[in-house]
Design a protein around this ligand. Structure first.
Ligand SMILES: *Cc1c(COP(=O)(O)O)cnc(C)c1O
Length: 360
């Protein structure tokens, strides 16, 4: 079967060129006679691969040496507990913004360790927008302010963040990292599970300001202590070597595409096309207030949800895969991360138009 368009929210599509490269290098990485999977993580060859990946990520995002870049395991969810353990730094409370399912998970986990103040929430209106940062009830003694700038399930996104002063801003960027340029220097920490826009699942990238390290609570598991991981080059134990390598291939691919400015242009165009089509139709709808619509995850409903399964079957027959919405939301969701080519969005719109014509 030929490759099709995979709209899965995660693990998500990877660039075909990256998978082809991995295939070429699978059995014999550049004359070493072995697969990257079989290499010692302490070998010069593998350490070179790992460091190149880190450097490429630093180049792409403009990450200064004030930050450690960690390649850890356990996905983004492991960070929901690692963050309070590492970043409370003697404080008792932390501020969180609640904009959807992933915020709620981060909040629930942080409550095990900290006095969590939900400084703003859009839950009351069904998470269709984000309260103005000027109204956020943040606390000056909070250890940090946690945000989820792209809610993968609800398809809600925002980039207006307050100047939090001395309170470090911590962002779960799992589903938006690398989709466009970002001023990293505004953040104390950025983290992202890899399986949306970076590489294979299980890996999580943590970008953390070095001055925040070294204050982990005594009960912090060693594996979760950012200082330990930073000091050991993310190799306190055996890292997810192959996933890290594959992430490195994705970073190289992004550089070849022209970096994050180029991705921003393409991603904006893809999102504009899809939302534009949904908005002009009476048959499809997206509930999010336009200023807060995600470029990466586009949920939409059909005017008659009894047609949902027929829509999905027809999509699959055309090679448009994984369009079913999250079980908590229903309807459809098209995730259109960096690896989704514009032709995939065009094919989806073509299909949606013809389905509406026949069944609308
Ligand atoms: C997918 C996702 C997560 C969870 O990632 P895991 O790697 O499965 O733990 C957390 N936050 C956001 C915003 C996500 O999109």
């Amino acid at each position: 079967m030929s490759r099709q368009y995979n709209f899965c929210a995660g693990p998500a599509a990877l660039p075909t060129a990256v998978l082809e490269r991995a295939r070429e290098e699978m059995l014999d990485w550049r004359g070493t006679g072995m697969s990257v999977m079989e290499m010692s993580h302490r070998s010069e060859t593998y350490v070179g691969i790992a460091q190149q990946a880190e450097q490429d990520l630093r180049d792409l995002m403009g990450i200064s040496d004030d930050y450690a870049v960690l390649f850890l395991q356990g996905g983004a969810s492991s960070q929901f507990s690692a963050i309070p353990l590492n970043l409370l730094r003697g404080h008792e409370s932390a501020d969180y913004i609640n904009t959807g399912n992933w915020s709620k998970k981060a909040i629930a986990e942080a409550r095990r360790f900290a006095d969590v103040n939900v400084a703003a929430s859009s839950e009351a209106n069904g998470f269709i927008d984000v309260p103005d940062p000027d109204t956020w009830q943040t606390r000056s003694d909070a250890a940090y302010l946690h945000v989820t700038p792209n809610e993968t399930i609800g398809g809600l996104a925002y980039d207006r963040l307050p100047d939090s002063g001395d309170v470090p801003l911590v962002a779960d960027m799992s589903s938006t990292i690398l989709s466009r340029p970002l001023d990293v220097s505004r953040f104390g920490m950025i983290y992202a599970g890899a399986q949306k826009n970076i590489g294979p699942s299980g890996l999580v990238v943590v970008i953390v300001r070095r001055d925040l390290l070294g204050h982990a609570s005594p009960a912090t598991p060693t594996m979760m202590d950012y200082k330990v991981q930073a000091d050991s080059g993310s190799m306190y134990n055996t890292p997810a070597t192959y996933s890290w390598y594959l992430a490195g291939l994705v970073f190289q691919w992004l550089k070849e595409q022209g970096g994050l400015e180029a991705m921003e242009t393409i991603n904006r165009r893809k999102a504009d096309k899809l939302y534009g089509f949904i908005d002009q139709s009476d048959f499809y709808a997206n509930p999010i207030v336009p200023a807060f619509r995600s470029w990466m995850n586009v949920p939409f409903t059909l005017a008659d949800d009894r047609l949902d399964s027929e829509f999905l079957q027809g999509a699959e027959a055309r090679g448009l895969l994984n369009l079913k919405g999250h079980r908590s939301v229903g309807g459809m969701r098209a995730s259109i991360y960096n690896a989704m080519p514009e032709s995939g969005v065009d094919a989806l719109i073509d299909y949606m138009a013809s389905f509406e014509k026949e069944r609308g």
